[in-house]
Design a binder for this molecule. Structure first.
Ligand SMILES: C[S@@+](CC[C@H](N)C(=O)[O-])C[C@H]1O[C@@H](n2cnc3c(N)ncnc32)[C@H](O)[C@@H]1O
Length: 158
């Protein structure tokens, strides 16, 4: 089941909102050793910067074929062999990854889905005992150019 969302902007606009290198560095997703799982990769905005600094694979999941194709194409053009794109509904089916198999999980701009706790349980299952997770979400205390409404757990209004 696709998580509720406020509609994705086009890639160019989306990627103006973030300094991906800064985000992954500050959230501890850079320079990891081991496999990483990313929930909802969309355009690969964070996938490729993480892959570039990783000794391991990024397993990038999304249920939208267009998003998987976009991320896979970016990885191909960029010469990344450590990006594995996976077309999958992680709410209905889970990730399909083995217990404790990843060192890090990325949940970026996603936790406004209907059952965030269920998703976090899946994160906990696939993380290794010393594994970590990173989360980004819209702030409620300032105006932001995009984001889900307050009832969705977002920033409130457009
Ligand atoms: C708001 S976007 C996340 C953006 C991305 N993480 C980033 O920060 O650049 C949400 C993405 O999650 C995907 N998604 C939502 N529910 C999903 C589900 N149940 N299984 C797999 N992908 C899902 C959507 O297709 C969409 O691409």
């Amino acid at each position: 089941m696709k998580g509720r969302e406020s509609g994705m902007p086009e890639q160019d606009q989306w990627e103006q909102f973030f300094d991906a290198e800064e985000v992954i560095s500050r959230l501890g997703c850079a320079d990891l050793v081991g496999d990483v799982v990313e929930f909802g990769c969309v355009y690969g905005t964070f996938t490729l910067p993480v892959a570039a600094k990783l000794a391991g694979r990024v397993q990038a999941l999304d249920m939208e074929n267009a998003m998987i194709t976009a991320t896979a194409e970016k990885a191909r053009v960029g010469g990344f062999s450590n990006v594995q794109t996976i077309l999958r509904d992680f709410v209905e089916q889970g990730t399909g990854l083995a217990d404790g198999s990843v060192v890090h999980a990325m949940l970026f701009n996603l936790l406004h889905i209907e059952d965030p706790v269920g998703l976090l349980r899946e994160v906990h299952r696939v993380l290794s005992p010393s594994g970590t997770a990173s989360v980004t979400h819209w702030r409620r205390d300032i105006e932001t150019p995009r984001g889900p409404s307050l009832p969705m757990g977002g920033r409130g209004g457009f």
